[in-house]
Every structure is written in structure tokens, then in C-alpha cells.
Design a protein around this ligand. Structure first.
Ligand SMILES: Cc1cc2nc3c(=O)[nH]c(=O)nc-3n(C[C@H](O)[C@H](O)[C@H](O)COP(=O)(O)O)c2cc1C
Length: 257
């Protein structure tokens, strides 16, 4: 593999869940945000919230960003040009998610380059009520994902990824044979087990209707993610969360806009 400083930074990145108390300086924060803003965008359909209240932040991180899909700002600009937003909310959400996700990852890599670690928090969309209140969000702003950041107080090797043959398909999507599926599972499971990842985090997802047969010597990534997507663990309120933020993603309802 060819390496340079940027690629090394990307390949060494890992999620950080323990942070030093030290608060990154304003200049560093602004540089990270500028790098985030310079990501490609469809329409800059996003905004960034920041909390420096370490005690309230996930993993007591000195910085906690929330990446939001933001149609509100665009609607203000369009009003100035005598336009009204009529685009479907689902379409706005898809483009907004892409804009916000690209911005977020640019921030992560910029942060890494300054020696800061970070960790995404995927539960944020379910906390819209609290976030609206805390940050005084206007309607048409949806909190998409959280991003904790700060100087790391832990150092792990990077986490494994699927082998490239399970990811990159040139010209034609393959019919997977058993070997490549099993190899991909093994690479991921062995890699997480080597780091005692779930044991350290005490992150075993309980089984709802089955007897537990795994311990932390055997419980790894493919079992964890299977339990996550095989058990309906998330609250069934995502459409309500969008609605609370002023986005209507229900098919028939969108036509009424
Ligand atoms: C959208 C998204 C949501 C995530 N949510 C959480 C979370 O709620 N809590 C957490 O500790 N890590 C979370 N993560 C971090 C992943 O667990 C982590 O990226 C993954 O295990 C790969 O490990 P690595 O980032 O160290 O390479 C999230 C990552 C993404 C991209």
C-alpha cells in the first residue's frame, strides 16, 4: 500500500471513548470545523452544534458536536429570493444526511491530524426533544449524529475491516461463496476479540428471546451487529423524531406539503 501522511492518519484512526480533560483551543476547533466545511456538498444542508460542557458530554469528551440536517437556513435564503421550499422532505433528508456525513468525516480526519480522537454517537436522532430544547433549534433542523472529540486518554490499534474482496466489486456484483463470507466474518471477529473490544466496553447486547451462549471470549462483532439488527432494539419513533423537527417523511403526508 502506498502511504503518505494523510493516508497514515486515516489508517491509524480509531474511535476514542476515553478523553483527557484538556480543552482543545479555539484555533484548533475552528480549523477542524473549516476542514469539515470544505467537504464536498450537495447544498450545505447541514449545521453543527457544539457543547463544551464536558460533564454533560458523552464519554466526558471536552467537545461534543451534533451534526444536523438543516433545511431552515436554506428556507431563509430561498425566501430572500422569493422561492418556497417544495422539495420532498425525504429527498432533503437524503441529501442533508450526505452533506452532514461528509462534513463529519472531514472533521474527524482533521482532528486526528492534530492528535485529537473522536467517536460518533448514533443515538442522537432519538434525543431530538432534548436537543431542540437545549440548543433552541428552530423547526426544520434534524440532529443526525453526535461526534465526541478531545485528546485521547487511551490508545488502541485500529479496528479491523472486511477484506477488500468483500467490499470492492469491479464491473459486476459477485455471488458470494461460503469461503469469502466466513473469511470476512473471521477477520472482523478475530480482530475485535484480539483487542478485547466488547469485554472492555462491557457492550454485550442482551438476547430478547434466546438463551445466552456467548461469553466475552467468544462474543464479537458479527454476533453484536446481528443482535443489533436482528432484534428491533431501537425505539420505533424515528418518524416521530423527524416530525418533531418539522420534517414529514410519511409517504401520503408528504404530498400535502
Ligand atoms: C453513525 C455511527 C454511529 C455510531 N454510534 C456509536 C455509539 O453510539 N457509541 C459508540 O461508542 N460508538 C459509536 N460509533 C462508533 C463505532 O462503534 C465505530 O466506528 C466502529 O466500531 C468501528 O471502530 P473504529 O471507529 O474504532 O474503527 C458509531 C459510528 C458511526 C459511524
Amino acid at each position: 500500500m502506498i502511504e503518505n501522511k494523510v493516508v497514515q492518519t486515516m489508517l491509524n484512526r480509531k474511535s476514542t471513548r476515553k478523553y483527557k480533560e484538556e480543552m482543545p483551543g479555539d484555533e484548533i476547533i475552528e480549523t477542524i470545523v473549516s476542514a469539515g466545511q470544505q467537504a464536498p456538498f450537495a447544498s450545505q444542508l447541514c449545521s453543527l452544534l457544539l457543547s463544551r460542557k464536558r460533564d454533560e458530554n458523552p464519554y466526558k469528551a471536552p467537545l461534543f458536536f451534533i451534526l444536523c440536517v438543516d433545511s431552515h437556513k436554506w428556507e431563509l435564503i430561498m425566501a430572500k429570493r422569493n422561492w418556497k421550499m417544495v422539495a420532498d422532505d425525504l429527498l432533503l433528508m437524503v441529501f442533508g444526511f450526505q452533506d452532514a456525513a461528509l462534513m463529519a468525516e472531514n472533521m474527524v480526519i482533521a482532528a486526528e491530524s492534530f492528535g485529537l480522537g473522536s467517536c460518533f454517537l448514533g443515538g442522537v436522532p432519538f434525543e431530538s426533544e432534548k436537543i431542540i430544547e437545549k440548543f433552541h433549534l428552530p423547526p426544520r433542523v434534524f440532529p443526525m449524529v453526535g461526534l465526541a472529540m478531545g485528546y485521547p486518554a487511551e490508545n488502541h490499534p485500529p479496528r479491523p475491516r472486511y477484506p477488500m474482496e468483500f467490499v470492492l466489486f469491479e464491473d459486476r456484483y459477485p455471488n458470494f461463496d461460503e469461503d469469502i463470507i466466513e473469511k470476512s466474518m473471521r477477520v472482523m471477529d478475530d480482530g475485535y476479540l484480539e483487542q478485547d473490544y466488547y469485554c472492555r466496553l462491557k457492550a454485550k447486547i442482551p438476547l430478547k428471546d434466546k438463551e445466552e451462549t456467548y461469553n466475552y471470549d467468544t462474543y464479537s462483532w458479527t454476533e453484536h451487529i446481528s443482535r443489533k439488527w436482528g432484534q428491533n432494539l431501537f425505539p420505533d419513533t424515528l418518524l416521530e423524531q423527524f416530525k418533531r423537527c418539522g420534517f414529514n417523511l410519511c409517504a401520503g403526508q408528504r404530498d400535502k406539503k
